[in-house]
Design a protein around this ligand. Sequence first.
Ligand SMILES: [Zn+2]
Length: 477
Amino acid sequence: MIGYQRLCKHEQCPVTRDGALNVHIIPHSHMDAGWVKTFDDYYYGTKSSVSSANVQLIYHSVLSELLHDKRRKFTFSETAYFWRWWKEQRGTTRATFRSLVAEGRIEFAGGGWVQSDEATVDYLQLLDQYTWGLRKLNDTLGPCGKPKAAWQIDTYGHTREHTSLLAQMGFDGLFIGRVEHRERETMIEEDKMEFMWRGSDVLGKMSDIMTHTLYNLYNAPEGFCFDFLCSDEPIVEDPDSKSYNADKRVNDFITQIERQAKYYDHDNIMVTMGGDFTYQSAANWFINIDKLINHVTTHPANMSDINIFYSTPSCYLKSVYLYGRRDKALYTEKADHLPYGSDVNTYWTGFYTSRPSLKYLSKRAHAFLQVVKQLSVLSRMGDSYELHLLRHAVGLVLHHDAITGTSQQRVANDFIRILSEAIEACSKKVSQFLSVLTPTWGGSRRPKNSQQFIICHQLNISQCRSNVLWTLEISSP
Ligand SMILES: [Zn+2]
């Protein structure tokens, strides 16, 4: 099942130790593609009075810190942000980034254009957003950039259909964060935090994927968030300092990870170190995690033999598959994990129908995308900037705070703007495609592409100009 490529040096995953508790530290940042700020505002850091999040700074800061120490690793996810950043980088920065990917020190998880919602989207929308994201990773980073772990850490419930798609796409495992609160209690009581999820009875094993429920949503253990967004104490390990706290802090950490280890049925555990838009100041995280790793390794409380190291989701999967010892077979799950309930009176079902206009526009834009893709191939005019805009818009709006309607009003308005502008641009492009495909013969017996087409998106409600030569109605599915 695991096809780790020698070229990409994934054999450099940390070495686990039999008999020890192997603790995989996973530095990562969850970057919503629009929520309280728009996609652009998050990327550039504008609207700082609303939120200080600044994605371009996270990329630069992480890159710089990884270069300081070869042990450090980092996991990125949302390809839409990566592509925005990549386009603005010089050749030397790109080469550095590529080499870190090849060394397995930067890893992409998921790799879709966004971390898509699963409840309000359909099969073909999912295929398009994964295709677009994974293609961009392949175009920029090559085979080493191919994600091996699916990463749905913040979506509001999960479907088996999505799971089936992930299994068929060849992911080695799936990581999820949000599970209905009673279901989670059962999982903890019955050792089901990891399970084999069968996406389809018809496809059988082809639709199986090993699924890991993250212990702490996707955040750092309590008291160990080393971001300027948090107020947790840094680790001080100089015994001459009056602020020395390393022993106490490490005791707290060991207590937490030993508690977590009880709920996973083998000798590897995964500790996410990050959160929403963390690592803008990556030095703060890495300096403290370095100290944590050093001190846990040498601390007298480490009686149970803890082997702790920087890791990635794919290295965790590799350890569990190849070296992990499990006492019993994995439980097989065959149901959806919907609706998501965060506590007794809080079930996240309103988003199935909220912001219906945005949901409708998203479906309609996706249907139009199929038309534009097919005409661009038939007319042999190839990829275009306009088609890129529409692929971006259609993928972006599947983000779990976009089509769900959980973003702020001005952000929802921006999603509608992005979709509308992309549709408008592609409508003009489609006119060109049709013109090329229906040549008329001029006096010199040479074909002339002179026919004009106007795309009317409101033909069914009689709002089209009547004096146009051709109209084309694009219906939603
Ligand atoms: Zn999110």
